[in-house]
Write a protein that binds this ligand. Structure first.
Ligand SMILES: [Zn+2]
Length: 273
């Protein structure tokens, strides 16, 4: 994956692999329109990257999200090997900053036996997200959150003594968490201030970059609250276009980095690098 220099900071993209997904998950857009935006598909299947990012700063090795591990598809779970190939030992990672606790972002925290891939890392997560997934499942919770709650317990178990929960806007490690709920209740974008620039890790505010930057009203079946997710997407894209910070998304197509620009009432993307 590409890297990007933002002011005095180098943001390195490190992939976890490729996720097979489907246009069936797109809500609020005609299938033919969605198909055209992604450049055409055979049967609605499309393949999106699972991107992670590493920032080395002040002696710390900070990674954003942790990939899927071996839990989803055989084309995923490559993050530890790709880190090593980039000269970063997983044991050298000091912090893992989470955008949210979905499987393709958090299941790669541990190996198949539940041992930590990153034994020296502290987990940094918004307290709303941590509270939602790390508490027991309750009557009244959506059924579809049950499985991920159980899995979150496995993912977080080796790290429980080293979980740093942040509040909205509370700066930590040079990052400001910007709550962008909807996809999950505590989904968080992380804004890094660098001298001479800025960078935001979008997480899944944009899940299908070929569709949702130009059509932010298109939601995804995975969104726990799709109306809220649409609002968050518009707010974050507007912020990125206004403040001109670089963005990188967990599933934004290669090179993954770029700038959001305003295009009439909606947005476009200028890839960087
Ligand atoms: Zn995701």
């Amino acid at each position: 994956m590409a890297s990007m220099r933002v002011g005095d900071v180098e943001v390195q993209g490190i992939g976890d692999g490729i996720l097979k997904t489907s246009l069936d998950l797109v809500i609020g857009m005609e299938r033919a329109v969605a198909d055209k935006l992604v450049g055409g598909t055979q049967d609605g299947s499309l393949f999106i990257p699972v991107n992670n990012f590493v920032i080395r700063r002040a002696g710390k090795v900070i990674m954003i999200d942790a990939g899927a591990g071996n839990t989803m598809q055989p084309t995923l779970g490559k993050l530890p090997a790709n880190l090593r190939a980039a000269g970063i030992e997983p044991g050298a990672v000091t912090h893992i900053v989470m955008t949210h606790l979905h499987p393709d972002h958090a299941n790669g925290l541990v190996d198949d036996a539940g041992a930590p891939h990153y034994p020296n890392a502290e987990i940094v997560v918004h307290r709303t997200e941590a509270d939602f997934w790390m508490r027991p499942h309750r009557a009244g919770d959506p059924d579809r959150t049950k499985g991920n709650r159980e899995r979150t317990a496995i993912n977080m178990k080796p790290y429980l003594e080293r979980v740093h929960r942040v509040r909205d806007g509370e700066e930590y490690l040079g990052f400001t968490p910007v709550l962008a709920p909807g996809h999950t209740p505590g989904h968080t974008c992380w804004l890094l201030a660098a001298s001479g620039g800025g960078f935001m890790a979008l997480g899944d505010v944009v899940h299908l970059s070929a569709i949702q930057i130009s059509h932010p009203d298109a939601a995804l079946a995975y969104d726990l609250d799709k109306d809220q997710a649409i609002k968050s997407r518009k707010r974050i894209l507007d912020m990125a276009a206004t403040e001109r910070f670089a963005i990188a998304g967990a599933h934004v197509n290669a090179p993954g980095f770029g700038y959001v620009v305003r295009k009439g009432a909606t947005f476009g993307f200028e890839p960087a690098g």
